[in-house]
Ligand binder design. Sequence first.
Ligand SMILES: Cc1cc2nc3c(=O)[nH]c(=O)nc-3n(C[C@H](O)[C@H](O)[C@H](O)COP(=O)(O)O)c2cc1C
Length: 209
Amino acid sequence: MDAQLRVIALVGSLRRESYTQRVVLALKDLAPETMAIEVASIGSLSLYNEDDDTDAPPPPWQAFRNQVRRADGVLFATPEYNRSIPGALKNAIDVGSRPAGASVWSQKPAAVLSASPGALGGFGANHHIRQCLTFLDMPVLQQPEAYLSRVAGLIDADGRITSSATADFLRGFVSAFEQWIRRLRHDTAIAKAPNPQASILAPNRFAHL
Ligand SMILES: Cc1cc2nc3c(=O)[nH]c(=O)nc-3n(C[C@H](O)[C@H](O)[C@H](O)COP(=O)(O)O)c2cc1C
């Protein structure tokens, strides 16, 4: 069996009864056995301030950075605040991105899911996250896109998805994310493997000049 992948989920809502948080907890059950989803506590991260990013940064920043480093993939799950990314989530992204040159995000496979009780499914937040992830050099799952609109009617208080179509969609989404992570790991392994032909070809590289 494939080794279990460790995915860290960053949830953009700190609200106790958050729909987004409930969706992520449901995803833990819908995910294949070969993927474990762990939710990061981004609410304990103080606001990013470069002055505090010394040789001894705040312990919650260090713990969070290490948690991301250990992960095989990152799931960004978020509501939309004022058509953009909630501050708590943007702060977590910023904390992980520094100090300069030591970002924990670089080359980590990512997926983005947004949710809203409204009709647009958090489209604005979803794409503002994608804008950050481009700069942070994270390979992001492109399809399926995940905008959960009218989320209040899709999940009950016990965290059960009430629509079978939505459950199927979410199952497909996590499964596509798993394949995405494995594909990137495979490609990286091939890229790192010594190429037996390299030494043969190397002397001839400029033969055409
Ligand atoms: C500051 C703030 C701004 C919001 N802006 C939007 C918005 O731009 N688009 C939207 O669909 N919902 C917006 N909402 C409503 C949220 O989608 C709603 O509160 C949702 O339940 C939050 O997600 P959660 O249930 O995971 O906490 C906003 C809510 C807050 C508190």
